[in-house]
Design a protein around this ligand. Structure first.
Ligand code: NAD
Length: 377
């Protein structure tokens, strides 16, 4: 099977889908691996390392796309790239299928099997393939580092002959994968951390990291069968906004990671609350690019409102591309290996598998994923 790894072309993207170590493993499994020249540069990997791993370096990008049986990559393709692919080819990447309706239809019309990394079910068996988690973990770390570098004070308490510095107060909203890592990182730096999540089950996880869980009685909240947070009613959102306003006003750093799978994230911090924070305080809005948890955050930018720095730069895991590439590459490899036929040396699309059908969006000229089909058709 001919597996192609194109160079990522999205601006500012330094992560790469496959590292030389994973390339070696794919070749050992029997794949004919074709890597676009310069593919690894963003994360510091050279063409020579991929050649040593047993891959062939290809300079002609059109040829790479049109001859591949399978493409492994990070970001979604363009419509032009889909048009180059063979009918029956398999394309695995992030895809944002809830919003990218035209791309899903382009995959369907081209007869390409598209697999979305965001749609891998969050089960125990699929943890090794779960790129949302691997990248969110790094995002949690990076967001705290960003906040620390913007804040005009330090995180830990410091007792010196010149006086005592109090620890910074950090408030984390949303304690999923990214939020828990943000809490752990801020604790490691010595901050006093409080967190809130609408899923009551995470209170214990927050406390086990040494942070305080803010209790807010929102009535019925809970989670979906897939383990995601349920959307709050407008009344519940307003209640949450009011209940956390005082703690936000007193925080040096607020990190928002509240997301709703497949839907726009809720606005949880309004401008009047930002204005109550001390000048120099920092808010990091993880969701800035998909709508924002914070009024006034700007996707891709760091802005100031009423003396408060609001960071919405996005692509958080991309700030540590070497580690992010290693983890993503490993997620991709595990997905391929799990569906690899050793005898025929190819990836088998099996709709009886317990993981694969959930993340296949299109196959054989159809949209096979019911959730996405219901939204698009
Ligand atoms: P996510 O990115 O969808 O959301 C981040 C967090 O925001 C979640 O904890 C969510 O509850 C929270 N949130 C939503 N609305 C909020 C609000 N109004 N206020 C405060 N917080 C709010 O979630 P995720 O981090 O990707 O994790 C989703 C779920 O999947 C979790 O239950 C997690 O434990 C589970 N998970 C399971 C596995 C596995 O078993 N393989 C792996 C990873 C995650």
């Amino acid at each position: 099977m001919r597996i192609a790894i194109p160079r990522e072309t999205q601006s500012g993207e330094n992560r790469v889908p496959i590292t030389p170590d994973v390339a070696k493993k794919l070749v050992r499994m029997g794949a004919n691996l074709q890597v676009e020249s310069g593919m690894g540069t963003g994360s510091g990997f050279t063409d020579e390392q991929f050649t040593e791993a047993g891959a062939t370096i290809v300079s002609d990008r059109n040829e790479l796309f049109s001859s591949a049986d399978m493409l492994l990559r990070l970001n979604k393709p363009t419509a032009e790239e889909i048009a180059l692919m063979q009918r029956g080819a398999i394309h695995i990447s992030y895809l944002d299928p809830f919003n990218e309706h035209a791309l899903v239809n382009a995959f369907k019309d081209a007869g390409v099997t598209s697999i979305s990394m965001e749609m891998i079910p969050r089960t125990t068996r699929s943890q090794k393939m779960d790129a949302l988690s691997s990248q969110a973990n790094l995002a949690g770390y990076v967001m705290v580092m960003k906040a620390a570098s913007e804040l005009p004070r330090i995180f830990p308490m410091m007792m010196t002959p010149a006086g005592t510095l109090k620890p910074a107060n950090v408030f984390v909203i949303g304690a999923g994968v990214a939020g828990l890592q943000a809490i752990a990182t801020a604790k490691r730096l010595g901050a006093k951390v409080t967190a809130f999540d609408t899923r009551p089950v995470v209170a214990e996880q927050v406390q086990s990291l040494g942070a305080k869980f803010l209790e807010i009685d929102l009535g019925e909240t809970g989670e979906t069968a897939g383990g995601y947070a349920k959307e709050l009613t407008p009344e519940q959102v307003e209640k949450q906004q009011q209940a956390q306003a005082d703690i936000i006003a007193k925080s040096d750093v607020v990190i928002t990671t509240a997301q709703l799978f497949g839907r726009k994230p809720p606005v949880l911090i309004t401008k009047d609350v930002v204005e109550r924070m001390a000048p120099g305080s920092v808010i990091v809005d993880m969701a800035a690019e998909s709508g924002g948890n914070v009024e006034g955050s700007v996707p891709g930018e760091t802005v100031e409102w009423s003396g408060v720095t609001i960071v919405g730069t996005g692509n958080w895991a991309g700030e540590v591309p070497r580690d992010a590439s290693q983890m993503y590459s490993s997620n991709l490899f595990n997905l391929v290996e799990d569906n690899w036929c050793e005898e025929k040396k190819l990836f088998v699309v099996d709709f009886n598998d317990d993981i694969l059908p959930g993340c296949i969006i299109t196959h054989g000229g159809e949209i096979t994923n019911d959730t996405i089909k219901n939204i698009i058709e």
